[in-house]
Design a protein. Sequence first.
Lengths: 511, 415
Amino acid sequence: MKQYFKYIAILALGIVSCEPEFDNPVDEAGAYSNGEADFSRYVALGNSLTAGYADNALYITGQENSYPNILAQQFDKTQDIEDFTIPFMSDNAGGLLAGGNQITNNRLVLSVVNGDTLPRVYTGMQPTTEVGNVQQGPFSNMGVPGAKSYHLGAAGYGNVQGIAVGTANPYFARFASAPNASVMEDALAQDPTFFSLWIGNNDVLGYARTGGTGVYQLNNLQPSTYADNDITDPNVFASVYSEMVQALAANASGGVLINIPDVASVPFFTRVPVNAIPLDAQTAAALNQQFSAYNTQVLPGLVQAGFITAEEAQSRQINFAEGQNYVTLQDESLTNIGQAIQGAPFNLDPQNAGLLSQLRQATPTDLIPLTSSGILGTPVGDNPNMINGVSVPLGDEHVLTNAEQELIRDATTRYNQVISGLAEANGLAFVDANAMLNKLATDGISFDGGFVTSDFVTGGAFSLDGIHLTPRGNAIVSNRIIDAINTTYNADVPKVNVGAYGTVTYNNEVQ
Amino acid sequence: MRKLLFLGLFGLMAAVTYAGGYRVSLQGQRSLAMGHTGVAVVNNAELAFFNPAGLVYLENKINVAAGASAVFSNVKYQNSEFGISSETDSPVGTPFYAYGSYRVNDWLTLGLAAYTPYGSSVEWPTDWAGSHLVNNIDLQAIYIQALASVKISDKLSVGGGPIYVNGSVNFNRNLNRTLTDLNGNRSNVTVDASGVSAFGWSASAMYNATEDLRFGINYRSEIMVEAEGGDATFQNVPNSPLTPFQDTQFDAALPMPAELSVGLSYELLDKWLFAFDYNMTYWDVYESLDIDFANATPDSNNPRNYKNSSSYRFGLQYFANETVTLRVGYYFDESPVQSGYFAPETPRNDAHGFTGGLSLHVSDRFSIDAAFLYNRYEEVDESYNYYTENGETVPFEGTYKTSAFIPGLGVTYKL
C-alpha cells in the first residue's frame, strides 16, 4: 500500500513540474541571430528623434518608445546584451527647469476645448525635471534634442553654465559626464560594440521651422559663427560626420547610419494649407479693388522703369476670388520696391509702401509652418481692414518659400550623399529615412491596423508637434533599421508589431 | 499488480486534457480515473452527475461521494515574427463535487448534488501582447441539483431533476492595443458580476441489458447565465472627452451549453469493468460574447462561433483486492473553438486526456478515491480574427501550447 502512495507522489511531482514547452521557443538562445554584429553594448547617437522627443517635449514614455530603446529590446532577443540605459526625465509632463524656472514648454496633448480638437500644452502638472540635477551615466541613448551635426563633438555642450548663453544644451547638461565633455566623448568612453547615428536633421530644420529667416552658410567653415536658424555648410557636415563615423566604427562590430528626411514631408510644413484664406465674393471683390492700382499701375510702371522684370511683376500680382485664396507674404527674395513707390509717379505713403515692398501671393510650392497657423486671418490691432495673410502680408518667418526650400533641399541632398557614401565605405547598415518619410507622406505604410501616414494628428506617424515621431512612427523606423541590419550583418533580428505602438495622447488638462 | 500500476503510469505520461471551451470535466474521482466515463457505470454516488437514473441501483441506503481536484494548467503563447512570448500564471483551480443519495423505497431514490461543470481561470501577464483580448478571466458556476431516481424494472430506470446555478465572472482586458493615460498606463476595463442565478435540468435513463452489460443516457440542459447590472470599472482612461469611458453597469449572457452523454459498461470476470462514454456538448449556442454597457460606452461584441464538440472516453477498472481498486482511462476531447476564433481567454485546442487512479477501501463503508488527469495538447498555430480597430480587422496570431495536470482526491461513504 505504501508503495502505491510513493509512486503516485513521484508521478505527481514529475508532472506538476511539466510546463508547456514549444518545439522552437522564441525566448531561448538560437531563436534569432545577431549575425556578424555584436549588440552587447549598443549606443545610439543623434538628436531629438533619437532621444524620443515628441509632442514638443521630452518625457518618460516618449523616451521608452524611442527607436533606440525599441531596437535594444529586439537586439536582446538575439544575444545577451548589457542594459540599455536612458537618461530618463523625471515625469511625463516634459518641461525642463533650470534653477527652478521653466525653460522649455510641457508636452502637447490632444484636447477638446469648445468643440475644437487641437494640440494644446499640457498643464496638468508642473514639470519636475531640473537640468542641474545631473544624471549618472553612462547612457546608451545619447540622443540630445536640438543637437546639430557639429554639436556632438563640441566640448562643453553639456555644461550647465553654458545653457543661458547658448553654448550648451540643457538636455545634454542633464547627463554629460563632465561639464567639458562632448557627446562623442561620452559615447566612445562606453566602447560601443554597435552604434546608430541619426544626425543632421537640425542642420536644416532650424532654418526651416523659422520660415527661412537664417542663411545657408555655404562655404563658411566656422560653425561657431552660425546662428541656430542657419543651414550648416555641407562641407562642415561632411567633415564632422565622417570624423564621428570613423571614431565610432573603429572598435565597433558595426553600426547603422540614418539619413535626413526632406523637411517638406513632415506635417509641421504640410498641415497648414497655403491657400488658407476663405473669402466670399463680396470681400474678394473689395480686396481686388484695393489692389487694383497696385496690379494695373504700380507693377507695370516699375517694369517700364526697368526696376523689375515683367516676370517678377507677374509673380507679384495679387488676385482674390470667392473660395479659398492663397495667402499674401513678404518674400525677401523679391526686389524691394518700398523706396521706389514712395517717389513719383506713385507717391505712396510709407506705410502702404512698406506693405507692398516685397509683396506677393503664395503659390502651391510655398509652405507655412504649423506654428504660424494661428496668425492667419487675424486682424492686426483689431483693424478689420488689416488682416494677416490678406491685406497684411505674412512676414518672412511665417512662410518657407520655394526658394528657401531649394536651399534646404540642396543641403539635405549633399548631407545624404555623405551619409550613404560613408555607410558604403565603412560597410555599415544604411537606412533611407528620407524615402521612408516620403512614403509616409504619399502612399502611407501599411500595418495590421490599416495605414500609417503623415497626416497631422490622425495619420499615426507624427506626434502633435508635427515634426517628431509617435511611438508608432518610432516602431516603423525601428523595423526599417532592423531590415538594414539584418541585410548588412547577416543577422535575424525580429521586427516589432507596429500596431502595438500608440500614436497621440488625449488629455484635457490644458488651459 | 505492480505491472498494472506501471501501465497506468505509462498511459498517464503519454497524454491528456480536461475539456473543451470552459467545460471542466472533473465531476468525480472514480469516473475521472476511468477517463471521466460513468453514464453506464454503477459505482458510487457520482451517478448523481453522470446518470441519476442509476442511483436507484446502488446497493446501500445512503451513498455519499465528495471530492475536489486541483487544476494546474498553464498556457504559453508566442509569436515568432516579433519574438514575443507570454505564459499564463493562472491560479490553481479547485473544482469540487458533493453527491448524496437516499433510498426511499425499492423503486425510488432521492438525491442532492453540487458540482462545478463550467469554469475558467486564466491569468496572462498584464499588458501582454493579447491584452486587448484578455488580461485575466475568472469564471465560476456552481450547480446544485435535486434528484429523483425511479426504478421501472430491474432492467430500466429513469432519473433527473432541476438544477439551480449560481455563477460569477470577473474579466479584465485592455480597451484596445494602444490607449493609455498620460503616464503610459494602459486603459482597461474590468467586468464583474457575482451571485448570478439560473435554472436548468437533467434527465437520464439506464438500461441493464444483462447482468454484465449496461447502457446509459444522460442529458443536461443548456443554462444561460445572464449577468444583469454587473459592475464595469474602467481604469487608466485618459482624461479626455475623446475617451468617454466611465464606470457603469453591464449586461452579458454566457451559455453553459447542454450536454448529451451516452455510453455503456461491461463487466468481465467479476474483476474488470470497461466503460465507454460519448459526450456531445452543444457549444453552438455560444455565438458571441456580448457585453452591453448601460451608459454610452460602446458595447463590446466578441464573436466566438463555437461548434458542437464531441468527447470519446474510455475507462478500465480492476478490482485488485478487498482494499484496492485500480483505474485507468483515456479520452479524446474535441475543442469547440473553430479556426480563426482562437481567443486567448479560453485557449483550448483538441486534447488527449490520460487518467489514472485508485480507491482505497478503508472500511466497508468508507473509501478514499484518488485520480489524476494529464492533458496533452498539441502545439497549435492559431489566430483570433474578429478583433477590430478603427473598422479594421486585426488578427491576433501566434502559437499556443497548453498543459494541464490535475490531481484529485475524494471520498465515498455508504451506509
